[in-house]
Design a protein around this ligand. Structure first.
Ligand code: ZN
Length: 119
């Protein structure tokens, strides 16, 4: 897996994937408690919730993907997806902005917060 993970879509995707593994891991742990049906049931349910949550996150990615803007990265020339006002390139982590006012400024995730829009 690529180490580039600053891009928001990539980060959420990684988060969803790790939820699946956590869910499977929790269910796997539950198998060691076969002498205690209560703990086993709890771990199974917990693991199941993690897996369900991850599919929810994947669904959410699908929803927000429709609101992303495809731009050509000025650094590496590849087409990347930008989510929100400020994001980084999926391939080279080059900071990208959709707001001309922020152009040239140092990358800061707090530009994405709503309160910043009023300034
Ligand atoms: Zn790039």
């Amino acid at each position: 897996m690529a180490t580039k993970g600053m891009n928001k879509i990539n980060r959420i995707r990684t988060f969803a994937l790790s939820l699946v593994f956590i869910g499977i891991f929790v269910m796997y742990i539950g198998l060691f408690f076969d002498s205690s049906p209560i703990i086993m049931t709890i771990t199974m349910i917990l693991g199941f919730i993690f897996v369900i949550a991850s599919s929810g996150v994947y669904f959410w990615i699908g929803m927000i993907s429709t609101s992303t803007v495809k731009v050509e990265c000025p650094n590496c020339g590849k087409i990347t997806k930008v989510l929100g006002k400020v994001d980084v390139c999926m391939y080279c982590d080059e900071p990208l902005t959709m707001d001309p006012e922020l152009e040239g400024k140092e990358f800061d995730p707090k530009y994405n917060r709503k309160s910043h829009n009023n300034t």
